[in-house]
Each structure stands twice: as C-alpha cells, then as structure tokens.
Design a protein around this ligand. Sequence first.
Ligand code: ZN
Length: 247
Amino acid sequence: MAAGIRVTVWNEGIHEKEMPRCQEIYPLGMGGTIGAYLRQQPGIASVHCSQLDDPEQGLSDEILDNTDVMTWWGHKAHDQVTDENARRVQERVLKGMGLIVLHSGHYSKPFTSLMGTRCNLKWREHGEHGEKERIWVVDPAHPIVEGLPEYIELPNTEMYGEPFGIPQPDQLVFISWFQGGEVFRSGCCWHKEAGRVFYFKPGHESFPIYHNEYVMKVIYNAVKWAAPVRMANGYTQGNYQPLEKLD
Ligand code: ZN
C-alpha cells in the first residue's frame, strides 16, 4: 500500500466527559491519544478521530470511504450505536476494512455481529489500583509482535478472564496472566471474508494503559496487519461461467 494506511479511531468518548480520573490520564481522550500516536508512525497516511456524539455517530459514508483500518473503543453506550451503523461497519469489514477492537469493545455491536457469539467474559476491577497483568507473546512469528519483548507487563489493570465467548481465533497472538490467577486470550485474529479483525484486551479507562509504549506498538502493528489486501480485479461471487468448455 504505497500511499499509506488511512485510519479511523472510533472512540465512544463518554468516560472522558464523566470521569475526572479518565480526563486526568487522557487529556486528549483515549481516542485522541491513540490517534496522536498513530499519526507519528511510518506508513500511516491519515488518522481521523470519530466519537459517538459526532454527526452520524462518526460513521458517515464519507468517513468509511476513507478508512482502511478502524480501531474501536466503547464501553457504556454500545446500545446507542444504531443497528444500521453497526451493520455498515460489519459490511465494510467483510469487504476488506480492517477492524481493531479494543478492551471493552468486546461487547460492541460490530464485534459481536462479526463474531456471531455473545463475547462474554469474566471481569474484576480490584480496588483503586486493579492488579498486575502479564501479556505473553504466544506466536513469535506473527507480524503483530514485531519489536516487542517476550511479555508486556501492566502493573495496574482490570482482570478479564476465560472462558471468553468468541469463536476460536484464526491466530492467537497473546495470552494474559493476571495476579488473581486467571488467564485470558488477550490478542486474537480472525479473517472475515475479505477483512481482518484483531481483538486486543488492554485499555481500561481508569489506568494509563495507552501510554505504554508496547501496548501502542501492538496497536500500530495490528493496524498494518489489518490493512486491506487488494486483489488486481477484486473477486466475483454468485453465478459463474465455466473457464473450460463443459460437455
Ligand atoms: Zn474496563
């Protein structure tokens, strides 16, 4: 992709308004922080930041037409994303748009519709400081782990635990261990028709997780991995004429 990847960072944007702790950690918002980081990375042509309260929920045709890869963070207002907009995002993915679903986005409409399952999990927010998480690389050959150490350690996080109600990932990239004893498939890849989906667990709103250089590297690597693959003339489906003469 010579011209570079066009990214849309979709962020719900509610905790940033309602939670002083979140504002303190993320003066630019979580979406703004992710966007500012991606803008500085090689191979990124453009970054547009969308929020739930933007016109057309930040998911207009014009925005989608100019998106190769979308990142999605939501938590409090999954049900406010219209079914129609969720369906449009899902359809874009099936046609080739990459989708990186972050943290509590596991319950978002675009993700659950692409997965076809409920995407339930265990969770625990332990006190003010949460608990330690170690995110282990389990696929050292995967492009998403380029430049990472063997594990990423987050001293303060929310626990997400198994069983995670997703279809078996096509590729499992990370498994997390939590101080309380649970484990979780924290980095999962799927091919969905012509598009690619990556789920990545880190990103609870009350901890500075999107200031961790390795977490951000994973998001950047995932954006590159999920960028659309463009065949020379696309492909056809439906009724098809034979290529050889049939008797
Ligand atoms: Zn959370």
